[in-house]
Design a protein around this ligand. Structure first.
Ligand code: ATP
Ligand code: MG
Length: 136
């Protein structure tokens, strides 16, 4: 199943996150693809807010993984700085999925390590807008 949306502003992204959040449950994995600055972290921040996280959600590009408590545990990863699949394994991703909602930016390096039912979201610049494609 594939769905497409045009996000003309941050408000559109906020609305998208608001509609998407209630569809998520513990154990779900969301993979966010797209060039630098396409809005993966911004979307995650909004998503976390609608999932009940009250603290500030920051980009995990340097720390690799942040953990929050909302309606359940939410883990936010950014694999941009990871070069090998072995390093992904060292994060222990497999053991982490079950008890949380896992959101992964730059997930390409972990392609074979995400569950079958992962929700893939592709962010793209289209002129001055963003487009997202959602694939389940
Ligand atoms: N739909 C939108 N319209 C306009 N600006 C947006 C939209 N979505 C996000 N932004 C803005 O784009 C900027 C960059 O977004 P963000 O940091 O989320 O990108 P990213 O995809 O996480 O990049 P990186 O790959 O570096 O982690 C932010 O300042 C954010 O506010
Ligand atoms: Mg980011």
């Amino acid at each position: 199943m594939q769905e497409e949306r045009i996000l003309k502003s941050e408000n559109d992204t906020i609305e998208f996150a608001k509609q998407f959040a209630p569809k998520l449950k513990k154990g779900d994995v969301v993979a966010l693809y797209g060039e630098l600055g396409t809005g993966k972290t911004f979307f995650t921040q909004q998503l976390c807010k609608f999932l009940g996280v009250r603290e500030n959600v920051s980009s995990p590009s340097y720390v690799l993984m942040n953990e929050y408590m909302g309606t359940c545990v939410i883990r936010h990863l950014d694999l941009y700085r990871i070069d090998t699949a072995e390093e992904v394994l060292e994060l222990g991703l497999y053991d982490l999925y079950e008890d949380a909602i896992t959101i992964i930016e730059w997930p390409e390096i972990a392609e074979g390590m995400m569950p079958e039912n992962t929700i893939h979201i592709y962010f793209e610049f289209i002129n001055s807008d963003r487009r997202v494609k959602i694939r389940k």
